[in-house]
Ligand binder design. Sequence first.
Ligand code: ATP
Length: 346
Amino acid sequence: MSGLTIKDVTKAFGAHKAVNNVNLTVPHGQFVCLLGPSGCGKTTLLRMIAGLEEPTEGQIVLDGQDITGVPTHKRNLGMVFQSLALFPHLSVGDNIAYPLRIRGVAKSEQKARAEELLKLIHLPGFADRPVAKLSGGQRQRVAIARALALSPKLFLLDEPMSALDAKLRESMQVELRQLQQRLGVTTFVVTHDQREAMTMADLVVVMGEGRIRQAASPMEIYRKPADAFVADFIGVTNLLDASADSAGRVSVLGQVIPGLAMPAGMTKGSVSIRPEDVRLGKTGGDAITGTVTFVRDLGSNIETYLEVNGQTIIAVSTPRERLDVNAGDKVGITLPAENCVVVKGN
Ligand code: ATP
């Protein structure tokens, strides 16, 4: 298969398994985000793909070839780290051309490739500038261009946006994704920012304690989280204790959710429902009665915090759907079965 396969890979540091039996297949040209809380093993997994760390067990296969023991410089990789590691004494053009220079590529060819890459990163004409005079976002782009100079098979980035302010980070995410799509290079990005992962990835790999908790498209991760850990890590969700009656119908907050069934083999778990899927209206009928505790009007949307039997629920509505309610008011809450996901854990 063309692409990268990670087979039964474990990395132990002493008794601690930083990466624990990871299996993953990534087709050629995909953009993968390794996502998870601090210490979950994302960087260690990326470093093994890069050859900077040897797996304790398992194999890494690139385009059908086992590269597990192959040194980094023979893996045909482009890498960008948090520090960027640009050479401050070299110009922008020389930084980008550096990988070509150490491979003995002719000077004229180095120059042409640097110009081509500068166009690609929207900095044409910047070749002679000192890197010290660039802004944070421009340096970021130069580091990306340098990593791509040799047209690598794999493009690896470790928290590449973390030094940028929030606004610049968002625009760089879009730029990086567009660049990757144009080049079709298989890309892995380590991030702990779920928004970043949702913006860029074809495949989001959520890790927890060294294991893959779920690997799927951003939408599937958001809409069909595999467990409570994933649901809680990705975006904001309501995680409500759920139990099943003898007929397998699911109850939350003391009320049966019509049309929602407990997965086979489970008697209790949690229901995950996103705030934008919680409907608010009048009390009565099938609606669950809740008490409004706080209303936050953010202009583009309105967050309503509610309490039912000691559990908090957040509902998000658009200004058009706005209910005129205040703290202390009773409202009817509907949790549509099609928006509820029953997950293990709580
Ligand atoms: P962060 O987001 O904080 O960078 P991460 O998910 O990238 O976290 P890793 O850096 O892969 O996590 O670390 C996973 C675990 O392995 C951590 O508990 C870490 O302390 C441990 N670890 C990583 N590298 C080493 C090492 N060289 N020696 C010993 N332990 C290590």
